[in-house]
Write a protein that binds this ligand. Structure first.
Ligand SMILES: [Fe+2]
Length: 274
């Protein structure tokens, strides 16, 4: 049974953050239960930070698209490295997001603005790179300048940025995002007043403050809803932001239901636009 969500204060923004579902090797029961719980939570926004497929195959994209279509709206979706034709080097190098565009939509950037919230997503996945680990991330700093300008124009209290790879490495994480220009992008986003950066890729939920800007900028990664777990249960995350607190709760799959697994609470910045 999905527990009834707690009543929200009127100033609360609630985000359901799902990632790394890896259709093709998804945890079917967890994926279906997460969809039901997402609806029960009535989020302000649903965010999906990539790796929706295992190897970018058409049948995986079809299953992912059918699931995405059933998630609560509005929704913001951005690709991960597994959403490229993983085992087809030629196609992955030449047309990495051809299937993403065919089945899902725009691959490079997405944004949402609604009451109290502006959210922007930029693709950090690449089909090929001049380094051994092509699956690590890279980010375009011109795109980040655009996000910073968007944040500057937004009449919203919560500024959220979403991408697949953690832009800076997370201590103790099982893998590295290895994002080219990730540190510079993080600094620029913090200086633009980002409140929260949402990421996937690690298959482990985490949240922590970021070391740049005026403080009160945070990063939160959600876990996986696939069978590719790395030492912790399958999970997704729920973010709730009031005027003074930002909380992140990882909901872990027990095999029969989701239950709170890890929780973080941080102070919100108090000067508008700071
Ligand atoms: Fe990934």
């Amino acid at each position: 049974m999905t527990p009834a969500p707690a009543a929200l204060r009127p100033d609360t923004v609630r985000i359901v953050h799902l990632t790394d579902v890896h259709f093709g090797l998804e945890d079917r029961a967890a994926v279906e239960a997460a969809l039901l719980m997402a609806h029960a939570l009535k989020p302000t926004l649903t965010v999906v930070t990539g790796d929706i497929t295992l190897a970018g195959r058409p049948d995986e994209f079809r299953a992912a698209r059918a699931w995405l279509d059933r998630l609560p709206r509005p929704i913001l979706v951005t690709p991960g490295n597994h959403d490229t034709p993983y085992y087809n080097l030629a196609l992955r190098s030449l047309q990495p997001f051809h299937r993403w565009r065919r089945f899902i939509g725009a691959d490079d950037a997405a944004e949402f603005e609604g009451p109290g919230l502006v959210a922007c997503a930029i693709n950090t996945a690449r089909g090929a790179q001049p380094r051994l680990n092509w699956a690590q991330g890279a980010i375009n700093l011109t795109a980040i300048e655009g996000v910073a300008a968007r944040f500057g124009r937004a009449d919203a209290s919560l500024r959220v940025f979403a991408c697949h790879h953690p832009l800076i490495d997370v201590e103790g994480a099982p893998v590295s995002g290895g994002v080219h220009r990730g540190d510079a992008a993080t600094r620029a986003l913090c200086e633009a007043g980002v409140d929260l950066i949402l990421t996937g890729h690690l298959h482990n939920p985490f949240a922590r403050p970021l070391p740049y800007g005026a403080g009160c900028s945070y990063v939160a990664g959600a876990g996986t809803l696939s069978l590719r777990t790395r030492g912790v249960p399958a999970s997704f995350s729920v973010i709730e932001a009031t005027d003074d607190t930002l909380s992140v709760t990882a909901q872990a799959w027990t095999g029969s239901h989701f239950e709170p697994f890890r929780n973080w609470a941080f102070p919100r910045r108090q000067s508008a636009g700071g």
